[in-house]
Write a protein that binds this ligand. Structure first.
Ligand code: UTP
Length: 416
């Protein structure tokens, strides 16, 4: 009961009296579970995140400069072969692993279930997003005569459903011992008054802490230690929803090695100066992805001597790291961004409330916020038609319809 008293004091201090009232309505078992959960939540951090979310974002005076990149299309054949050879060697030596971030909520797509279980209507029969990724990796395994360890990041919310799906589909023929599933961290959701939400299970409602959560969770779940044991030196981290993602790009790998950098990334050029995507730049001397809303309009339109956008390299969630880089980042705190989202919850009487408008803040760390911990990054400009066909929205841009079209066009061009 002492524990109960401590928790009540804590909740009172942080203005969460509705949770105290809720606790008093629960049976002993549920009460114990909730107290246990509250003891794992950093209410001070949540209060700080709430304060920050309410503040208007003020852009600091920053020195923003264009970043260097290599354009794959403009590379001569000799360079391509030379870089590819370096990359191939690393993969053949078993020093390469891939991480798929599949812990997102996929709320825009509105697919009931983890996003990787969404079936894209391609070539009649259709393919699941996980299936497309597995095929891409299996092809690399065949080419380099290895089995690339495949780490899949899930969330607490979608972990069981993901495992069940992959088991049912026999991991799409991937060697099961080489698929390592790990869960990312969570943070509570709060309403616009800073109050914690109660979920359907009677507990405080939490959600995954953003794709930037990948670094810490790799370390805390033991996945990083597992990589070390396997002798991994390079780790590619990609999303679950780009059906043209190349999970083993030997040119990217060769370029990173040759440039002696700890991080490398593939970009595609912005579709137009005002496309709403984050672009690479150097900010105060460090690599950075700058949100479209933070890039002054004049800069967004600036072109270089070749008529190319100076800030045109979009970040497409296609990143490569040395294992040392992951280790370093996993110990540094990343900032959290807040997003307004629709989330169902229980009111104090236990009635489920389904909001029609965003009603809560979700806090997320972004994978690219770690780039500024380094002096340099190597960027390879790919090609939209070859490298980027995301499934984000239910309809319109970046939807299953656009991804299907790009996927089928790509494979019609590249079928052997
Ligand atoms: P997005 O930021 O596009 O989010 O994720 P999402 O969950 O797919 O979709 P919305 O915004 O709710 O509609 C980009 C990649 O990062 C992963 C996603 O699974 C996707 O592969 N991600 C995102 C995580 O793994 N964890 C997170 O907490 C957030």
């Amino acid at each position: 009961m002492d524990k109960m008293q401590d928790v009540i004091e804590l909740l009172t201090e942080y203005n969460q009296l509705h949770i105290v009232n809720w606790l008093n309505k629960l049976d002993e078992n549920k009460k114990r579970e909730l107290i246990e959960q509250i003891n794992h939540i950093d209410l001070h951090q949540i209060a700080e995140l709430y304060d920050n979310a309410k503040k208007e974002i003020k852009f600091k005076e920053n020195k923003i400069e264009p970043i260097e990149y290599l354009d794959k299309q403009k590379m001569d054949e000799n360079t391509k072969t030379e870089l590819s050879k370096i990359g191939e060697q690393i993969i053949e030596n078993g020093q390469y692993a891939v991480v798929t971030m599949a812990g997102g909520q996929g709320s825009r797509l509105e697919h009931p279930g983890p996003k990787g279980t969404f079936k894209l209507d391609v070539y009649g029969k259709g393919k699941y997003l996980f299936e497309i990724l597995a095929e891409n990796l299996k092809e690399a395994n065949k080419r380099y005569d290895v089995i690339i360890p495949w780490y899949i990041m899930t969330s607490k919310e979608n972990n069981d459903a993901t495992i069940e799906f992959l088991e049912k589909n026999n991991y799409f023929g991937y060697d099961k011992n080489s698929v390592i599933i790990f869960k990312q961290g969570e943070l509570p959701l709060i309403d616009f008054e800073g109050k914690l939400l109660i979920g359907k299970d009677g507990k405080i409602k939490e959600a995954s802490d953003g794709n930037g959560g990948v670094y810490t969770s790799l370390r805390t779940t033991g996945a990083l230690a597992d990589m070390k044991e396997r002798g991994i030196k390079w780790i590619f981290i990609g999303g679950v929803d780009n059906v043209l993602l190349k999970m083993a790009d030997t040119i990217l790998l060769g370029m990173a090695t040759q440039k002696n950098v700890q991080i490398a990334s593939k970009s595609v050029v912005k579709a137009n100066p005002h496309e709403k995507v984050g672009v690479f730049c150097k900010m105060n001397g460090h690599p950075k992805v700058i949100e479209y809303s933070e890039l002054p309009e004049k800069m967004a339109e600036e072109v270089d001597n070749n008529g190319e956008l100076k800030f045109g390299e979009s970040h497409i969630m296609c990143n490569l790291f040395t294992i040392e880089a992951i280790e370093k980042i996993s110990k540094e705190p990343l900032i959290y961004h807040s997003a307004k989202k629709k989330n169902t919850y229980l009111d104090e009487n236990g009635n489920e409330i389904i909001p029609k408008e965003p009603n809560s803040y979700k806090f997320e760390a972004f994978i690219f916020d770690a780039f500024e911990f380094f002096d340099d990054i190597a960027i390879l400009r790919g090609k939209r038609e070859d490298d980027f066909a995301p499934v984000k929205n239910k309809e319109g841009v970046d939807s299953p319809r656009t991804a299907k079209e790009l996927y089928e066009k790509f494979w019609n061009r590249n079928r052997e």
